[in-house]
Design a protein around this ligand. Structure first.
Ligand code: NZQ
Ligand code: ZN
Length: 388
């Protein structure tokens, strides 16, 4: 196991009715809030009204930034930072899915940065200070509620880039699975695929003797497979929503990556290129690429880990040939995403070969991509082609 520094400082209030903690959670940090939210789902489920009541009861004043897009735009960050400066905002309150939370994170940092916030996305070292962030999560997917990452899109230059800083980790996150009952089947499936992809990105390394991380990752994957299906079929199943929600946080809060040797993620950067050019749903892009990436990466040096995945996650007979186990596991992964209702080809989401070359060029600009089987530009193009 590699050395690591454990640092997960987000306080979590998990479960039904935990929103009642919102007032106190905010008042620890200030009483002037910027509420950041998306296209209105929080109003439809009554969360917006409940939250405003709590703010009023606690004498917390607020401004709002609404309309944050899925794949949040740098323009929203600029607008949010301006509102914060003009109103002496002390706390940024994100209410929604990963897009809203990511946008809020970069707003919180941009308030203290005098130049264009796109610099903070491209160069995380420039994040030197940030307002405290409180979140209320409404979609299980990104883990943004409990991590230091934020992904922002600049569509004018077709870039979607992730930044990261301990300074933008939420101070408090309220996670009530009931808020996710209204998430559509499509977004539920995409969210499940996103959680699983975060686990894959951490799990498929060559690090030896990381049984704690591996077995945790395998348990989380089994959880997603079991409850992803139930949540799609039965959206108000509390246990399914609760397990997915907590899995979303664990997949990417550091617990399964601490101690592993990971020189970089693979499918995520490839997907971010798809979103940057075609504005597709993140989890759907991941689900399409993942089985092809696994197939492409399968060789003598990777087969053991893929077979381990097949045995421990899919329950495939360990006495079979290890390549057979790995191939079966990959097929089961693909079949699972299909059963969740995810379109499983790039063509179905409006993507053709036109931009493969430029996307592959950009994603490998700093060298080979990923940890399990580092990919060259040609490899990336081949995987995009297999995914058509
Ligand atoms: O905008 P509203 O009206 O809220 O609707 C949203 C949006 O249309 C809707 N939604 C959210 N909660 C809902 C709901 N609809 C009904 N009921 C609810 N309770 O769902 C749609 C998608 O929301 P979004 O926030 O975009 O989804 P997600 O949480 O999947 O976030 C995706 C973004 O996060 C980035 C992705 O790249 C993408 O930009 N990621 C962030 C990461 C991180 N911070 O660590 C890691 C991930 O790998 C990912 O890259
Ligand atoms: Zn993701």
């Amino acid at each position: 196991m590699e050395n690591f520094c454990y640092s997960i400082r987000t306080k979590i209030y998990f479960g039904k009715g935990q929103i009642h903690n919102l007032g106190n959670a905010i008042k620890n940090y200030g009483d002037k809030v910027l509420i950041v939210y998306g296209g209105g789902s929080i109003k439809k489920i009554g969360l917006y009204d409940r939250m405003i009541n709590i703010l009023n009861e606690n004498n917390i004043t607020y401004k709002e930034l609404s309309g944050v897009d899925p794949n949040p735009r740098i323009e929203s960050v600029r607008e949010g930072a301006k509102i914060c400066r003009e109103n002496d905002i002390q706390v940024v309150l994100a209410v929604g899915g990963g897009s809203t939370i990511d946008c809020a994170k970069v707003i919180a940092a941009a308030v203290h940065y005098e130049n264009d916030p796109w610099d903070l996305v491209k160069n995380p070292i420039k994040i030197t200070k940030a307002l405290p962030i409180v979140t209320v999560l409404t979609l299980a997917a990104t883990g943004s509620e409990m991590n230091k990452n934020a992904v922002i899109s600049n569509m004018s230059i077709n870039e979607k880039v992730g930044t990261a800083s301990e300074l933008i980790k939420p101070k408090v996150s309220i996670m009530d699975p009931e808020y996710t009952y209204s998430v559509s089947k499509y977004q539920t499936a995409a969210g499940t695929a996103d959680i699983m992809s975060h686990i894959f990105e951490n799990y498929f390394t060559h690090t030896e003797a990381v049984d704690i991380q591996d077995s945790t990752a395998e348990g989380l994957l089994r959880t997603c497979i079991k409850y992803g299906k139930i949540a799609v079929e039965d959206p108000t199943n509390y246990d399914a929503r609760a397990n997915l929600m907590w899995a979303s946080s664990w997949a990417i809060n550091g617990l399964i990556s601490y101690g592993t040797k990971n020189i970089g993620w693979t499918v995520h950067p490839m997907e971010h290129e798809l979103s940057a050019y075609y504005d597709i749903t993140h989890g759907v892009g991941l689900a399409i690429l993942t089985p092809h990436w696994m197939k492409y990466s399968l060789n003598n040096s990777t087969v053991n880990k893929l077979a381990q995945y097949g045995i421990n996650v899919w329950g495939i007979d360990k006495n079979l040939d290890k390549f057979e186990i790995a191939n079966k596991a990959i097929d089961k992964t693909s079949q699972f995403f299909k059963e969740l209702g995810i379109p499983m080809t790039l063509r179905e989401v409006g993507i053709n070969e036109e931009k493969f070359e430029i996307m592959a060029e950009k994603v490998t600009a700093k060298g080979k991509l990923g940890t399990l089987y580092p990919l060259t530009k040609e490899d990336v193009i081949n995987i995009y082609k297999m995914s058509l």
